[in-house]
Design a binder for this molecule. Structure first.
Ligand SMILES: [Zn+2]
Ligand SMILES: [Zn+2]
Length: 134
């Protein structure tokens, strides 16, 4: 399986050559900033199967949090492309909107519904977690 994607301006391009470990939507307050307000649509892949094919990503990590996620984004257009979280070392969390074909995404779970807004939609056939599963 080969999946390609990139940022809005096209400077950052990536390729993924491994199967997704998870597909989810995250309702957390932090994701609302990055997504524009809605839950973030996310697919998680093994980090080793991810590689940049052009451009470079800039990293941001909040210094006021104990276990901050590392956010990777395009310095040119600002698109949030991916993140790495200390709770899933060795994996990379891809923003579905950056996939060339976002239609491959089908969320299996919704997480951090503790921060869910009334205008967020959770499909009836998926499992919702107040925080994260397990
Ligand atoms: Zn860009
Ligand atoms: Zn989130």
């Amino acid at each position: 399986m080969k999946i390609a994607g990139g940022c809005y301006c096209g400077a950052v391009r990536y390729e993924i050559t491994s199967e997704a470990q998870a597909s989810l939507q995250c309702h957390c307050r932090e994701c609302q900033y990055i997504s524009g307000g809605n839950p973030a649509a996310l697919m998680i892949f093994p980090l080793e199967g991810f590689q940049l094919t052009s451009g470079e990503m800039k990293q941001f990590r909040r210094s006021d949090l104990e276990r901050p996620v590392t956010r990777h984004f395009c310095e040119n257009c600002g698109t949030g492309v991916a993140s790495e979280t200390p709770s899933r070392p060795g994996s990379i969390v891809i923003k579905v909107g950056t996939l060339d074909d976002p239609s491959i995404f089908a969320p299996a779970v919704a997480i951090f519904t503790c921060d869910k807004q009334d205008f967020h939609h959770i499909p009836e056939d998926i499992t919702a977690f107040d925080k994260r599963p397990g």
